[in-house]
Design a protein around this ligand. Structure first.
Ligand code: BGC
Length: 250
């Protein structure tokens, strides 16, 4: 339970919905993280119900804002792609649905964009000028483009075509697991993937997040590209912190 006015960040993922209040001065959780199972199937109504329960565990102390991540394109609160979530999300105004369910204002943004905002403000890309691309390697590949710390939302670079495949089907962490790839085999695929992004956008820095980034020493050194590439710092906290940051700045 929190009695602070800190914003709440919620990370909606395939297996869990996790939330915490965030201290924006420190860029860290102000209260312990609360986790609930993602309902199956993860339809908008089912997720909204669970989310409202989770949000109610944090005091609405003076209307502290709430931000929620969604693993798809989100424009003005409306979800318009659903690559790794239930199709019934397409066209749903997630911000309006969550606000109604929680009984307080909720904003929604893409999950990788939230991670990117957090890494840019508090993590591996802090103070970095120029173009930073934060990628999250998980079930899919999420991407966030930040120019001098300003986010260009919904870049969706996980869907670029690489070696004749959809990038995330070929090079996400789920592809490594499904095809039982050795670290060096996966690094070869990631090399193709990041070279494609390099050719398109010539970034100054890549930051690699997602749960697997805790094993960065096993694969990052083998990614053969010319742009500096470093692991994310905030790991699985990045989505929650970025969502809270976005809510507080909206
Ligand atoms: C979705 C992105 C999302 C990424 C990571 C992709 O399949 O299209 O919106 O950021 O997965 O969850």
């Amino acid at each position: 339970m929190s009695s602070s006015p800190h914003p709440v960040g919620v990370d909606f993922g395939g297996s869990g919905i996790k939330g915490a209040t965030v201290d924006l001065e420190r860029g860290d959780f102000a209260t312990d993280r609360v986790r609930v199972e993602t309902p199956q199937p993860s339809t908008p109504e089912a997720v909204a119900e669970v989310l409202a329960e989770l949000v109610s565990t944090f005091d609405d102390d003076g209307g502290s804002p709430v931000g929620v991540t969604v693993p798809g394109v989100v424009r003005n609160g409306v979800v318009s792609t659903a690559a790794n979530i239930h199709d019934s999300w397409l066209g749903v105004d997630a911000a309006a649905l969550f606000s109604r369910a929680a009984g307080r204002p909720v904003v929604a943004l893409n999950d990788a964009d939230a991670a990117g905002l957090a890494e840019s403000r508090y993590g591996a890309a802090r103070g970095q000028r120029g173009l930073v691309i934060v990628t999250t390697l998980g079930t899919g590949i999420g991407s966030a483009l930040l120019l001098d710390g300003v986010l260009l939302p919904n870049s969706e670079l996980g869907h670029l075509e690489v070696d004749g495949h959809v990038g995330e089907k070929y090079a996400a962490n789920s592809a490594r697991e499904t095809h039982d790839l050795a670290w060096d085999e996966w690094a070869d695929r990631l090399t193709s993937y990041y070279r494609m992004v390099e050719r398109l956008l010539t970034p100054d820095l890549f930051v690699v997040g997602g749960g697997v980034s805790k094993h960065a020493d096993k694969f990052l050194p083998m990614i053969d590209i010319s742009t500096p590439i470093i692991p994310a710092l905030l790991r699985n906290k990045a989505g929650i912190i970025g969502a809270a940051l976005h809510a507080a700045s909206g």
